[in-house]
Design a binder for this molecule. Structure first.
Ligand SMILES: C[S@@+](CC[C@H](N)C(=O)[O-])C[C@H]1O[C@@H](n2cnc3c(N)ncnc32)[C@H](O)[C@@H]1O
Length: 428
């Protein structure tokens, strides 16, 4: 069952054509590769590849340097249990580096990119996202999270018609257990879209019935043996045909407008940097007439702009203003990432919202993760309030560092700052 007809160029929205080793946009003349078997549909595919390679290499070297720190601490361990914990954690970190090397090996195979570092800097990927952000979700999805996975499906299921042949897309799918579970209870195609290749490559492997080892590092291990556990991730069984993982940016979705019957956003809205209304207008654009949007998860916005930190009721009104009519909502207190190996877990009053598209609204402008002056190095760098603050702070810091001469005390440094009229006495 092909997925090509549903894929669009993330830069211009033209339907993508299938070519030997990937996809092609005839309008932009851009080739989009496949990573292992997964469409790699970022608007600047080469730069995104270089960027994820850098994040991959960074994650591996970070794991290895953390392992080294554990090993160096062993000489000072006062008791045998501490030695055991440090050794186990170091081994776990080293093993995880090996797993990352092997799972993400396809990143090294596709289209070599020149000047990687330079290109990575130009990237328009979500800037705050690390390779291992949200990685506990993988263990929840495919190892110990049966109850959480079942509860999530239970909340969403009432809004899905299992007998209709429909096309579903799960945005920000992560480890994609929900996409797999939804696909199992429906009859059409299901697409999972996420920007993180670790999740895509792993989910794709598990959906085929393969297993993958992946180390869990619980936040608050119950015992020393729980510090680093090599878990086996596996799906309950191979997925039926028609389940696809697409790698791309939710905010520049490589999807055909008006093509999806159901769009699901699980635990996504409040982690995006954009206002919820912007994503809702994009979703409106992707849905078929009368198509439905289902949102599930937390409503815990923490945007730098307070305007966008919506409450549940504001979110419902925003949906109405974005061309949706609310069909139903539910709330349920649920565990979240409650690992059996950890003393820490969240309980969340989770919300589920189901809306249908009742009007077409204008598509929002294409999202940019980085400002134009970073992407285009010949453009002037604007003097933002953040830069002004940083300038003053940097000058003060540099001056103070210059006063550290091995002889002055903190009090004497403060006196110099005061004498030079750089700070009032109280601040100094
Ligand atoms: C909180 S996690 C939720 C994952 C999954 N939906 C679940 O419930 O386990 C948010 C997910 O959104 C993805 N994500 C965040 N920003 C994205 C973007 N701009 N494009 C694509 N995926 C994005 C992250 O990679 C991550 O997998």
């Amino acid at each position: 069952m092909t997925v090509s007809g549903l894929l669009a160029c993330p830069t211009c929205d033209t339907q993508l054509g299938r070519v030997d080793d990937g996809y092609h946009c005839k309008t932009c003349r851009i080739d989009y590769p496949r990573l292992a078997d997964l469409p790699w549909l970022f608007s600047e595919p080469g730069s995104a590849l270089a960027d994820w390679r850098n994040r991959w290499q960074y994650a591996i070297s970070d794991l290895l340097s953390r392992a080294e720190a554990q090993r160096s601490a062993i000489v000072d361990a006062p008791i045998a249990e501490t030695t055991e914990r440090l050794t186990l954690t170091a081994e776990g970190l080293e093993t995880q580096a090996e797993h990352l090397r092997s799972i993400l090996a396809p990143l090294d195979v596709v289209q070599p990119v020149a000047k990687e570092t330079y290109l990575a800097l130009r990237s328009r990927l979500p800037t705050a996202m690390g390779l291992l952000s949200y990685s506990t979700n993988l263990h929840r999805d495919w190892c110990w999270g049966d109850e959480e996975n079942r509860l999530a499906l239970e909340q969403i299921r009432p809004f899905i018609d299992p007998d209709r042949d429909q096309t579903i897309v799960v945005l920000g799918a992560g480890g994609a257990r929900l996409a797999y579970d939804l696909h199992a209870i429906t009859t059409g195609k299901t697409l999972a879209l996420d920007a993180n290749p670790l999740y895509g490559l792993l989910a794709h492997r598990l959906w085929q019935g393969d297993e993958q080892k992946f180390v869990e590092f619980p936040l608050a291990p119950k015992t020393s043996a729980d510090c680093a556990i090599e878990q086996v991730l596996r799906a309950p069984g191979p997925a039926r045909e028609g389940l696809h993982y697409i790698l791309g940016d939710v905010l520049r979705p490589p999807l055909m407008a008006g093509s999806f019957d159901v769009i699901v956003t699980p635990w996504l809205l409040d982690v995006l940097p954009t206002p919820a209304g912007t994503l809702l207008r994009l979703i409106n654009h992707l849905l078929t007439d009368n198509g439905i949007w289902i949102n599930h998860g937390s409503v815990a916005f923490a945007n730098r702009n307070p305007l966008h930190n919506l409450t549940f009721t504001e979110l419902l009104k925003t949906a109405q203003a974005s061309g949706f009519e609310v069909d139903g909502t539910s709330e349920r207190r649920m565990p979240y990432l409650a690992s059996p190996h950890s003393r820490f877990a969240r309980q969340e009053l989770t919300t589920t919202i189901c809306c249908h598209k009742s009007a077409n609204v204008a598509r929002p402008d294409r999202h940019q993760h980085l400002p134009e002056w970073i992407v285009h190095p010949k453009k002037p760098v604007p003097v933002t309030p953040e830069f002004r603050t940083q300038l003053t702070t940097t000058r003060i810091n540099a001056h103070i560092m210059g006063l550290i001469d091995g002889a002055r005390s903190i009090r004497q440094i403060a006196e110099v700052l005061q004498t030079q009229r750089l700070m009032p006495a109280k601040d100094a």
